[in-house]
Design a protein around this ligand. Structure first.
Ligand code: NBP
Length: 478
């Protein structure tokens, strides 16, 4: 009888195929399966000699090829296909087998699927995998959620295939239930904010500093040697430097200015609203993509709605340095908000997330990998109950040092009519967060006037209501 495989992968599109190859290359025997058998055949033909693969045609054959308890990675399109695969697999499996959804599933679906599997005596894990096809093949960042003991059974394989930074794998058990997919969702949300901030910096460098795409590419290349060092800054330099083969122009100049999205940024923003966490950077990034898609409306508005036309005027070198600092400060705010959201979710769901470890597993393999994640890990190691990253000395000082430049950039952009929703909302969040007393007292007064919603007083306990339209007297609210 053929040797049983340590793990199985079903779903051999780009991500599943690359994860399976990654596992096999690291010496783990892998059984592979795909709904459409031709894809499995092709996979075996193309990569069969890269490791100990067992190609299977039917799900029964696939399940039979695995050692028990079985570990099955499902890497199919997120949504209904995941449920379809679980429904088909469940009757073929034995108690204690582990189904691992490694796609971009929404965390409430993961919680639901975990309960479904538990009712059937199966164990279910939802793991976030970041890094795209390249990461899946050579080392992604992996965010595994689900039962700790189930993780223990796949830990050796997952840590072996994950990216490695300074000898530490970018993979650690995140928490129970949907925690892994939740953390992956926030990772993607932060990615949205990071990309939006880069786009705003590019917009200012183009339209206020008057620089060309290749010139801006060089600036990003230089920025990648300092505090901003990260994968996204690095690839911005590369993308801006690319010349279009058809026209000889910079490629970015011929790309349509409409940004698509697959939903994880929107999920992050919606969840922040549900949790009551201010998440301005990520949410503005989602809205900015939505606005970018109103292309026909924008074209009409561009000839109808008045406003300044941006143009040079500022000292170019000073402006470039100001934009760098504004980008860094806004990025710190975006991460502070994303981590505050994970903290709130951890509390709401009893996940006990180790936020320092989350920053650690994002240092390699994933799209937001960056030098500065080390600082976040250090922050949570020294202050495990930290409410907000801005409050640790490193980030307090970083933002304080950048804030004059940040304010100048927001003023310049506003005066010159360049939209900077992420830069400006991050600065407003910063200014709102550092105010001991804001203007919400008036909001409460208005709410009490039109809806008798009551208010608290600064000088007394309890809730109060003023009889605005009667005698104007104040009464204690029940
Ligand atoms: P896709 O998301 O394009 O899904 C294609 C796979 O799903 C194929 O194997 C297809 O089988 C299978 N499938 C579908 Br569609 N419906 C099915 C059903 N009812 N039953 C069984 N199988 C079904 O693949 P991908 O781009 O490799 O992504 C996989 C997951 O990884 C997704 O959740 C994605 O969001 C996530 N992800 C992708 C990336 C990336 O860079 N692409 C990065 C990170 C995460 P077939 O061949 O028979 O049609």
């Amino acid at each position: 009888m053929a040797e049983k495989s340590r793990i199985g992968v079903t779903g051999l599109a780009v991500m599943g195929a690359n994860l399976a190859r990654n596992m096999a290359r690291r010496g783990f025997p892998v059984a592979v399966h795909n709904r459409t058998t031709a894809k499995t055949t092709e996979f075996m033909k193309d990569y069969g000699d890269e490791g100990a693969f067992t190609g299977t045609e039917s799900l029964q054959e696939f399940v039979d090829a695995l050692e028990t308890p079985r570990k099955i990675v499902v890497m199919v399109k997120a949504g209904k296909p995941v449920d379809a695969v679980i429904d088909e697999l469940a009757p073929l499996l034995d108690r204690g087998d582990i189904i691992i959804d490694a796609g971009n599933s929404h965390f409430p679906d993961t919680d639901r699927r975990a309960a479904y599997c538990e009712e059937r005596g199966l164990r279910f894990m939802g793991i976030g995998v970041s890094g795209g096809e390249e990461g899946a093949l050579n080392g992604p960042s992996i965010m595994p959620g689900g039962p700790q003991e189930a993780y223990g059974e796949v830990e050796e394989i997952l840590t072996a295939i994950a990216a490695d930074v300074d000898g530490t794998p970018c993979c650690t058990h995140v928490g129970p239930g949907g925690a892994g997919h939740y953390v992956k969702m926030v990772h993607n949300g932060i990615e949205y904010a990071d990309i939006q901030l880069i786009a705003e910096a590019y917009d200012l460098l183009t339209h206020v500093a008057g620089l060309s795409a290749p010139e801006i590419g060089k600036i990003f290349e230089e920025w990648n040697t300092g505090d901003l060092e990260s994968f996204l800054i690095e690839i911005t330099g590369i993308v801006l430097a690319k010349t279009d083969e058809r026209t000889g122009k910079p490629l970015v100049d011929v790309i349509v200015d409409q940004a698509e999205q697959k939903g994880t940024g929107r999920w992050t923003a919606i969840d922040a609203l549900d949790l009551g966490v201010p998440l301005t950077g990520i949410t503005e990034a989602v809205f900015a993509r939505t606005l970018s898609n109103l292309r026909d409306e924008r074209r009409e508005a561009s000839t109808t709605l008045g406003g300044p036309t941006p143009g040079s005027g500022a000292n170019r070198d000073e402006l470039v340095e100001d934009i760098r600092q504004a980008l860094y400060a806004s990025k710190v705010v975006a991460y502070a908000q994303g981590f505050a959201q994970m903290r709130a979710a951890s509390r709401a769901n009893d996940w006990d997330l180790d936020l320092g470890a989350m920053a650690r597993i994002w240092r390699g393999g994933c799209i937001i990998r960056a030098q500065f994640l080390n600082r976040i890990t250090e922050a949570y190691e020294s202050h495990p109950d930290l409410d907000n990253l801005l409050m640790v000395p490193y980030f307090t000082e970083a933002v304080a040092n950048a804030q004059d430049a940040w304010r100048r950039v927001v003023v310049t952009a506003t005066e010159q009519g360049v939209a900077i929703p992420a830069f400006s909302s991050s600065l407003s969040y910063y200014d709102g967060y550092r105010r001991e007393r804001g203007p919400a007292n008036l909001i409460q007064g208005l709410r009490d006037y039109f809806g008798a919603h009551t208010y608290a007083r600064t000088d007394a306990d309890g809730k109060f209501h003023t009889r605005w339209s009667q005698d104007g007297s104040e009464v204690a609210a029940g």
